[in-house]
Design a protein around this ligand. Structure first.
Ligand SMILES: [Zn+2]
Ligand SMILES: [Zn+2]
Length: 337
């Protein structure tokens, strides 16, 4: 039997192990992907640390996957071998539960998550449900496309589903892996874009990404500064810090919305602020495979790109530690070839 390499987590808080496995065969409704690149996302720590309930170990993480379909299972009409595809966090949907029947495919009762429910992209091959596949356009390399499957879709899809229209003031809180993409998308969508981060030293980056304004949350009051600019229609919080989120809510304009895309334990909201200005705080689920496809297409159209550090699969431990250290500029991507 032909073999492949996979980087698996043997148990919660166990080390990565690079093991040889048989190349799996695709079952009904799935395809096999020859993986070219896979991004390393902070959410992979849920597998590494055992923080997601019900994970079966050993488990191969990875939900920013780009590769080529090389085998197609039964009952898959719409995909063929040779197509270049991506797989993100959303691991597919059934199409007939109540949530799916209402068009809320993201909330499918199956609750499948790539690299958590089934093995992900830290491997030479993976099996993916057909409903989890996004077609990857020409014009993006595998390394370029991979981070767009989670960091990209999460920010792009939140912004395009917000109430902001071109010319509106939109602020991005945090300039890391998610934030550096969010600023670019906001600019390309025609929003008056404000970058908010800690320290003056981040300003050149914000400007380079196209931000029209920069607020240093260490020396300035971000809420007051946003209010001076007229108040934000949308603030996209890409940080995982409840206090930093709470500190910007006063910068929302009338009917403004604080979009939460990073999980924090708790967040102190100001009810008076919310009701007086009809403001809101809203969570946003990244999206499904067609949203990923739209993210990739928009990125090709506009030139939005993630800044990446690429490492070969063998260096998975180093890649993961680099991501967890917060020092990566800005996304870490594993390559298989
Ligand atoms: Zn992710
Ligand atoms: Zn469903």
């Amino acid at each position: 039997m032909p073999k492949m390499r996979a980087a698996q987590v043997p148990r919660p808080n166990g080390p990565f192990e690079i093991v040889e496995r048989e190349i799996p065969e695709p079952g009904p409704g799935t395809v096999r992907i020859k993986v070219q690149a896979c991004g390393v996302c902070h959410s992979d720590s849920l597998v590494k640390e055992g923080a997601w309930p019900g994970i079966k170990y050993p488990r191969v993480p990875g939900h920013e996957v780009i590769g080529i379909i090389d085998a197609v299972g039964r009952d898959v009409a719409e995909w063929t071998a040779g197509q270049r595809v991506g797989v993100g966090w959303h691991g597919g949907y059934c199409g007939h539960c109540d949530a799916c029947r209402r068009g809320n495919f993201f909330a499918c009762v199956l609750g499948w998550v790539t690299g958590i429910t089934f093995d992900g992209g830290y491997a030479d091959y993976m099996i993916a449900p057909a409903t989890a596949l996004a077609l990857v356009p020409e014009g993006l390399s595998a390394v370029e496309a991979a981070p767009l499957m989670c960091a990209g879709i999460t920010t792009f899809n939140a912004l395009r589903n917000s109430a902001a229209i071109p010319g509106d003031l939109v602020a991005v809180l945090g300039l890391g892996g998610l934030g550096h993409l969010a600023v670019q998308y906001a600019v390309e969508m025609g929003f008056k874009t404000v970058g908010i981060a800690r320290g003056r030293d981040k300003e050149p980056l914000a400007r380079k990404l196209g931000a029209h304004h920069y607020i240093d949350s260490q020396t300035q009051d971000p809420a007051a500064e946003l209010a001076k600019l007229g108040g934000a229609r949308v603030i996209l919080a890409t940080v995982t810090n409840g206090e930093a989120m709470a500190a910007v809510q006063g910068g929302l304009g009338i009917n403004g919305t604080l979009f939460i895309i990073g999980a924090v334990g708790s967040l102190a909201a100001s009810p008076l602020l919310l009701l007086n200005g009809r403001r809101s705080i809203k969570g946003w689920y990244s999206g499904t495979s067609i949203d990923s496809q739209d993210t990739l297409g928009f990125s090709v159209l506009t030139g939005v790109r993630s800044m990446n550090e690429a490492l070969p699969l063998e260096r998975v431990t180093e890649a993961y530690d680099r991501m967890m250290s917060g020092k990566a500029r800005f996304r870490v991507v594993l390559t298989m070839e």
